[in-house]
Write a protein that binds this ligand. Structure first.
Ligand code: ATP
Ligand code: FE
Ligand code: MG
Length: 337
């Protein structure tokens, strides 16, 4: 069954065709990063306008790349939650139009669940596993028992980890997005020069939750408090010290989740899964087997949407023309599917 997947929730306009939830037949990703760089963050108005401009050429390119014609496609998946409303609407409206004219079903897909499905497109990974979704908008630890069975165990109560990287980078004048730049600088720094604080979340009531606003604030406004008083106050040292705490915060919770559930397979996804310190640390953990999808499947892409939509559609799920978009998914942190 060939499914066309559409992703337009943020600043990537992407369309892919995936067969049986596994085999990528075509995959086009058009990124808008250059247009948002001057603002050091995604500007929703610009994002939705670019999607309107790009979605049709991206669609044509995706069919062409796979040597496909409309008659080959048996279903459509489209991200309709969570994300920027204006951007989501472009993809959803496009999906509705295609579904009407091709007379094939379409289904709205949850972007976060799709990120957790993405690794299945590059490897055969047995369920259950602990999913670690680390992206610009999310930091989630989940027990993933099947494509449609995801239980969120913990999440950030404030900023996402990628957001913290981007905001720290913006403050240090390192440009946007900041994750890769901080990663590269951190490799040359001393990660103990600053002892930035680990958040203490005893009040959240959820054992695997994390928080990043305190860490971000410490790096931006309170560096003096955490400096060892000797090491050079170099940008490399600040980046390395920040990165260590940002990543270790999550990994402590991840290790606890693995221990408590008895599951030792870990699958990382989202843009921050590209971080070299995170990868080294995961690789070095005893008793944990870590998987990462290639980078183009870590960041936003239509293939993960098509892949997950296959499972929604074969389970009989369908969206109607009254389907709408959701900027946030109510209760998402604990409720899934
Ligand atoms: P969401 O899926 O939560 O809506 P998003 O799709 O915008 O968010 P992604 O595109 O998956 O997020 O990831 C982008 C984030 O990944 C950015 O915050 C970026 O700084 C971060 N990032 C990319 N490479 C690295 C790296 N090497 N180290 C740390 N962070 C990184
Ligand atoms: Fe994403
Ligand atoms: Mg992105």
């Amino acid at each position: 069954m060939k499914i066309l997947g559409i992703e337009s929730s943020c600043d990537e306009c992407s369309i892919a065709v995936v067969e049986d939830g596994k085999t990528i037949l075509s995959h086009v990703v058009a990124t808008q990063i250059e247009f948002h760089k001057p603002f050091a963050g995604v500007v929703p108005e610009i994002a939705s306008r670019k999607h309107v401009e790009w979605i049709l050429p991206v669609f044509h390119q995706a069919l062409e790349q796979g040597g496909l014609s409309p008659g080959d496609i048996q279903g459509i998946g489209v991200t309709n939650r969570p994300g920027l409303s204006g951007s989501l609407i472009v993809g959803l409206t496009f999906a509705k139009a295609l579904s009407l004219s091709w007379k094939v079903p379409f289904v709205g897909v949850d972007h976060v669940l799709a990120h957790l499905y993405a690794p299945q497109l590059s490897a055969e990974i047995d369920y259950p596993f602990i999913g670690l979704l680390v992206s610009g908008g999310h930091s989630i630890i989940a027990r993933v028992s099947g494509p449609l069975t995801v239980e969120v165990l913990g999440a950030s109560i404030d900023d996402a980890i990628g957001e913290a990287f981007d905001k720290v980078a913006k403050h240090l004048g390192l440009g946007y997005p900041g994750g890769k730049v901080i990663d590269d600088l951190a490799r040359k720094g001393n990660a103990k020069a600053f002892q930035f604080p680990f958040a203490n979340l005893y009040k959240s009531g959820h054992a695997y939750d994390v928080s990043y606003s305190g860490l971000k604030n410490a790096v931006i406004n309170q560096q003096d408090l955490f400096w060892d008083g000797e090491s050079p106050r170099s940008i490399e040292n600040i980046c390395a010290s920040f990165e260590r705490v940002a990543v270790d915060t999550l990994l402590k919770k991840l290790q606890a989740a693995c221990r408590d559930t008895g599951i030792n397979r870990v699958v990382a996804g989202g843009g921050v899964a590209a971080n070299s310190y995170l990868r080294d640390r995961l690789q070095g953990m005893q008793d944990i087997r870590a998987y990462y999808p290639p980078l183009d499947l870590c960041t936003d892409n239509g293939a993960m949407i098509a892949g997950l939509a296959f499972h929604y559609l074969t389970a009989g799920l369908r969206s109607g023309l009254d389907e709408t978009v959701y900027a946030k998914v109510p209760g998402f942190r604990r409720i899934t599917s």
